[in-house]
Design a binder for this molecule. Structure first.
Ligand SMILES: C[S@@+](CC[C@H](N)C(=O)[O-])C[C@H]1O[C@@H](n2cnc3c(N)ncnc32)[C@H](O)[C@@H]1O
Length: 217
């Protein structure tokens, strides 16, 4: 109850329009699908994946930085990341373990494997979609761990799509399927409150000072 009161107090500093936008976006947010980028080298590719996640309503993104230096902060600090949660890992193993413990199926995306075409993918179980590096794709470790592999059908001469393009295509397809299904994909009220608070804090100027004043009144 107290938490609710704090959120409402801080949200009074938002314009009605901004507040309504938060609710509209939040109603479409999901954790049923989550996205993992493994050792993506080009910063602009990671940014584009983050942006697509926001656009298609994916709240959590997982970034594995095992083979590349931790240098994505500046780039992903430039936009859409404000509205999504970035979870970072030093090893692919930790990332897989964490996501399995949360109940996700590990889904590799690959231009090679034909085991599942995108349109046949069963969205009823929570899915963690793993995307690989520009040059080598996903590591053997992830391919071996994967419960399924999905592929976007390609009919041209080029052997693969760019990672961010493939993320956008897959997310558009699977989130549409999810929203048309009877799966319970929306966040609980507790989770929504946590996200509301986070977005509000990031939007209201001097939010920490305002909260301090509220607590002391
Ligand atoms: C440029 S591709 C990697 C190409 C790499 N030479 C390989 O053999 O995997 C980068 C990432 O985009 C995704 N991707 C590219 N094309 C795809 C497709 N047709 N279907 C599914 N995912 C694809 C995969 O996650 C892949 O690891």
């Amino acid at each position: 109850m107290e938490e609710q009161a704090i959120i409402e107090y801080l949200q009074d500093y938002l314009t009605p329009r901004r507040k309504a936008l938060f609710e509209k976006v939040l109603a479409q947010r999901t954790d049923h699908i989550t996205v993992v980028a493994q050792d993506v080298y080009q910063l602009h590719n990671t940014s584009a994946v983050v942006r697509s996640c926001d656009v298609f309503g994916i709240q959590n993104i997982h970034v594995i930085e095992e083979k590349i230096p931790r240098r994505i902060d500046k780039e992903i600090a430039m936009g859409a990341q404000k509205w999504v949660d970035i979870n970072r890992y030093n090893s692919a193993k930790d990332c897989v373990k964490t996501l399995r413990e949360k109940g996700y199926r590990i889904i590799a995306t690959s231009p090679h494997d034909e085991s599942f075409l995108l349109e046949d993918f069963d969205i009823s179980q929570p899915a963690a979609l793993f995307f690989g590096t520009e040059r080598d794709g996903l590591s053997e470790e992830i391919l071996e761990e994967a419960d399924d592999t999905i592929k976007i059908p390609m009919v041209g001469f080029t052997e693969s799509l760019n990672i961010s393009v493939s993320a956008a295509i897959i997310l558009q397809s699977l989130t549409t399927k999810l929203r048309n299904s009877d799966v319970n994909w929306q966040f609980s009220e507790d989770d929504k409150n946590r996200i509301r608070m986070d977005w509000t804090k990031k939007t209201v100027k001097n939010s920490e000072e305002i909260l301090e004043r509220y607590k002391n009144q």
